[in-house]
Design a protein around this ligand. Structure first.
Ligand code: PHE
Length: 462
């Protein structure tokens, strides 16, 4: 949900990939951890950083039972660490779980193999802690891409982070021998705070790889790959033929149009928009009309051949897509605020207690509690970089789910002092009860203190 577009960027120049192939043992370890759910939380050898040298004590951080050396990149917060254990996509009778089940059941029915079994397999228990190589380099994300900034992602240290998209596992799963798979999981992005943005949300990614033989029966006389790599154009990569891209994009688009119909009803209005992702070309976004407005539903495209070949499937061409589950669930069930997904209040959870994920449900708001609005203004420290996302994180850590929205309402530069001032408006509202003025003031003051302490700002009203 939060900034679903963050992996897009137009007109960028790809820099060479940093070569850091997963070793055979790393791939084996990954496959083991996927196939045995009992072991899936056990630390993988390949992801355990080296112990610090005895002579210089290094600060460490323990997340999901694994130790990480802290460095200048570390910006993960205790609130986020706590949320990692919730795994909403695995909680039966949770709207995120129900949407996952509906997507999975659509793919199971749509693609059936020779023996009558589903062709796609589902991975919904992969560790959200990934390397920056998995999240970015393996997907050709350029070194200067904004999603790599500390202000946009949650880092354990400069090598490990919380995945910012489930696409992070794509290369490893292909390298382990899979051709058709879905990945479902929690993803983490630092972002603004409002009713549709939350730093943790859920995605479903898919990959389908096909060989020459599977795509074109011999008698067609058509080829998937150019004999000699051709020119890369707006319509195709150098390695692929026009015929292959045409048939693959037809498959991809009809599959996703039908998925949108399965989720939103046969009459849903949709349109295709050209897009850019570093890991697919050509790329598109599917938008659907909801309550009179176009809504971006998912990103997709023909997989970059370089990624597929590097993962050991160079004889195949593939399509991939990624979709945000909260976006879908909010529309399908009429859920007005993204924070509701995190509610443990039975008046919310009870409404999604159904055996069949296809049961039609419309969320009934229990009641709406009043909002309380407070502003906070401060001078930004003259030296060093200040990013609003650092402040949003503090607000969220201190205020938790009492925070409905934070927005920058005013900023100016003092002409004499040459100092910058920011004013943020914080809207407080609890989903489950009325907040008292005292309670809000206490939290508001604490946010101010934390901002002074952690960001070095100077409060304008003390
Ligand atoms: N990972 C992309 C995102 O989070 C979505 C995507 C996945 C696009 C796979 C293309 C292919 O925005």
């Amino acid at each position: 949900m939060a900034k679903i577009v963050s992996f897009k960027m137009k007109n960028i120049i790809l820099r060479p990939l940093c070569v850091q192939n997963p070793t055979c043992s790393a791939v084996k370890a990954l496959v083991c951890s996927m196939s045995s759910s009992a072991n899936s939380d056990a630390p993988l050898k390949s992801t355990t950083p080296a112990l610090p040298p005895k002579t210089s004590p290094v600060a460490t951080l323990t997340v999901s039972g694994k130790q990480f050396e802290k460095d200048s990149y570390t910006n993960i917060t205790p609130t986020i660490i706590k949320q990692m254990s919730r795994k909403l996509h695995q909680q039966k009778c949770h709207p995120i779980y129900l949407i996952k089940e509906r997507i999975v059941s659509y793919f199971y029915k749509k693609y059936i193999g020779r023996t009558g079994n589903p062709v796609f397999s589902v991975y919904d228990n992969l560790d959200p802690i990934v390397t920056t190589h998995q999240n970015f380099d393996s997907l050709l994300v350029p070194h200067n891409h904004s999603s790599r900034l500390k202000s946009d992602s949650y880092y354990l240290n400069s090598n490990y982070m919380l995945r910012a998209h489930t696409t992070a596992h794509q290369s490893d799963l292909i390298a382990s021998g899979l051709d058709n798979f879905l990945i479902v999981g929690d993803v983490y992005r630092r972002d603004t705070v409002d009713s549709t943005h939350y730093p943790v949300f859920h995605q479903c990614d898919a990959v389908r790889l096909q060989t020459q033989h599977e795509l074109f029966p011999e008698e067609y006389g058509l080829n998937v790959f150019e004999k000699k790599p051709d020119r890369r154009t707006d319509d195709k990569q150098a390695e692929h033929t026009v015929d292959a891209v045409r048939i693959l994009s037809y498959q991809l688009k009809t599959t996703l149009q039908d998925l949108a119909k399965a989720l939103f009803g046969q009459d849903v209005e949709y349109r295709w928009v050209e897009a850019y992702f570093p890991f697919t070309h050509p790329s598109w976004e599917l938008e659907i009309k909801h309550n009179g407005e176009w809504l971006e539903l998912l990103g997709c495209g023909i997989m970059e051949h370089q990624i597929v070949a590097k993962a050991g499937a160079g004889d195949r061409i593939g399509w991939a897509f990624g979709l945000g589950l909260e976006r879908v669930a909010m529309r399908v069930y009429d859920i007005p605020d993204i924070r509701l997904f995190w509610s443990t209040d039975p008046s919310f959870t009870k409404q999604f207690t159904v055996d069949d994920p296809h049961t039609p449900i419309k969320y009934q708001p229990v009641s709406v509690y009043p909002i309380c609005v407070n502003d906070i203004s401060f001078w930004i420290p003259p030296e060093g970089e200040f990013n609003s996302n650092d402040f949003f994180d503090i607000v969220r850590s201190v205020g938790g789910d009492m925070i409905e929205e934070v927005s920058l309402v005013d900023q100016f530069l003092h002409p004499k002092k040459m100092m910058k001032s920011h004013c943020y408006r914080i809207t407080y509202r609890h989903m489950e009860r009325t907040l008292t003025k005292n309670e809000v003031n206490k939290v508001h003051n604490e946010i101010g203190c934390k901002a002074v302490e952690a960001l070095g700002v100077d409060l304008r009203v003390k």
